[in-house]
Write a protein that binds this ligand. Structure first.
Ligand code: PLP
Length: 429
């Protein structure tokens, strides 16, 4: 895999790479949005909303039919019973995040899950009350941490600490992260960082961060919004205490899709952890006896508060089946590595000096997303982004000055990458 392939500049190279790609056929399982002229868009924005597999209609329609035919009995009838429906997702999600079935649950949405797990894993004391987040954290994560601190009677001005990159740097040096964790020492209650940073696309060294946090007696949780379905994860082996994610980005679960949560086995049955309770977290066998004595399910399912959004889960199941047919995250990552090299090759060849990437170049430090800055003279990044959209490239703009593009190995082809660079070059020259 480390052999540097012999790329060539023309479209023939992209076509040859597609022809040799063992995963090329996966693209044919997805709806690809089209331009007004009916041409397939170059869809490079799976980092924001992944595309629907064809089978999603079948999965969702099955539940609509069951609802129409069975009404309330759908909760307890057949293999697709809605009461335990979330269990159908558990093994597949566990494989994607590297965790056991007792450690993973599909529920709620990302920020809701972040709050639910911070209730459990942020236990401030007068001497140990700080949360380490990243300086340019996604606003929702920042708001969650800030409000959790206030809610416990502490002050974000002193308890919310920002991890900062080196002076003038966009991305983080691993040693520097560990140094900042060590410096906070026994004042640090919780490290809450992204698995993959949403803006720069940098992968955080999660295993090392977990070890460093535990060394100083802190807990560690990760927001995997941009990591899940993008990079290989081993949450359990890395000793991560908790993690949360959404499913509408690389997992293709659909707009507003059901989120996910992971809690390490060491904690799942710990009765000492504070927790917000709801009936769906209590013993499945006695739940409908309507007792008001909470009897926690001895898995991460005890964090469930409400019954599940079945249609969103049906939609996610369709996509997780596609991941399985692709052979899981490892072959996808191998393809991603070659796609990353190919796009870097084309950028270096045709756009050097006009376009800069702030995303780390080395594979262990990045997923499939680029954060591109337009450096061509007399060009505004925002205008270039809009021109890309008009030319049939779906990507996104993130304030202040980045165009994010993400070739997703599940459905993006090498020709997509070639067309993107060709269109960008034509706009800048
Ligand atoms: C996408 C994303 C979110 C979105 O949160 P929701 O609760 O799903 O609306 C939050 N945090 C990060 C880092 C994200 O990338």
């Amino acid at each position: 895999m480390n052999l540097k392939p012999d790329f060539t500049p023309g479209r023939a190279c992209a076509e040859a790479l597609d022809a040799a790609d063992p995963l090329a056929a996966m693209r044919n399982e997805f709806f690809i949005p089209r331009t007004a002229e009916g041409e397939e868009k170059v869809y490079l924005v799976g980092n924001s909303l992944g595309l629907p597999p064809f089978t999603v209609k079948k999965f969702v329609n099955t539940e609509l039919d069951r609802w129409a035919e069975l009404g309330v009995e759908g909760h307890f009838t057949g293999e697709l019973s809605w009461a335990p429906y979330h269990e159908l997702l558990t093994d597949q999600l566990g494989r994607i995040v590297g965790a056991g079935p007792d450690e993973v649950v599909a529920m709620n949405s990302l920020t809701v899950n972040l709050h639910l797990l911070m209730i459990s894993f942020y236990e401030p004391t007068p001497t140990r009350h700080k949360i380490l987040i990243e300086q340019h954290a996604f606003p929702s994560d920042h708001f969650a941490a800030e409000s959790q601190i206030r809610q416990r009677g502490y002050d974000p001005a002193t308890s919310l600490v920002a991890l900062e990159p080196g002076l003038g740097e966009d991305t983080f040096d691993a040693e520097d992260i560990m140094r900042q964790i060590r410096m906070l020492g026994d004042e640090l209650a919780l490290v809450m960082l992204p698995g993959v940073q949403y803006y720069t696309g940098q992968v955080f060294p999660m295993a090392e961060i977990a070890a460093a946090a535990h060394d100083v007696g802190a807990r560690v949780g990760f927001d995997l919004a941009h990591a899940v379905g993008n990079i290989p994860l081993q949450l359990h082996d890395w000793g991560v205490d908790f993690a949360v994610w959404c499913s509408y980005k690389y997992l293709n679960g659909g707009p507003g899709g059901v989120g996910g949560a992971y809690v390490h086995r060491d904690h799942v049955a710990n009765p000492e952890l504070p927790k917000l309770l709801g009936w769906w977290g209590s013993n499945k066998d006695t739940r409908f006896e309507m007792s008001t004595t909470f009897d926690p399910i001895p898995t991460v399912e005890s964090w469930q508060v409400s019954n599940a959004p079945i249609l969103a889960m049906a939609s996610l199941r369709a996509s997780l089946d596609v991941f399985d047919r692709a052979g899981g995250i490892e072959p996808l990552r191998a393809k991603s590595e070659l796609q990353v090299q190919y796009l870097d090759y084309l950028l270096d060849l045709t756009l050097a000096g006009w376009v800069d990437s702030i995303t780390p170049r080395a594979m262990p430090e990045r997923g499939c997303q680029w954060a591109l800055q337009i450096t061509a003279p007399h060009r505004e990044g925002r205008d270039v982004y809009e021109a890309l959209g008009a030319a049939g490239v779906a990507c996104d703009w993130r304030y202040p000055d980045v165009i994010r593009v993400a070739p997703v190995p599940l459905y993006n082809s090498y020709v997509d990458i070639f067309r993107f660079v060709q269109i960008l070059e034509s706009l800048l020259s």
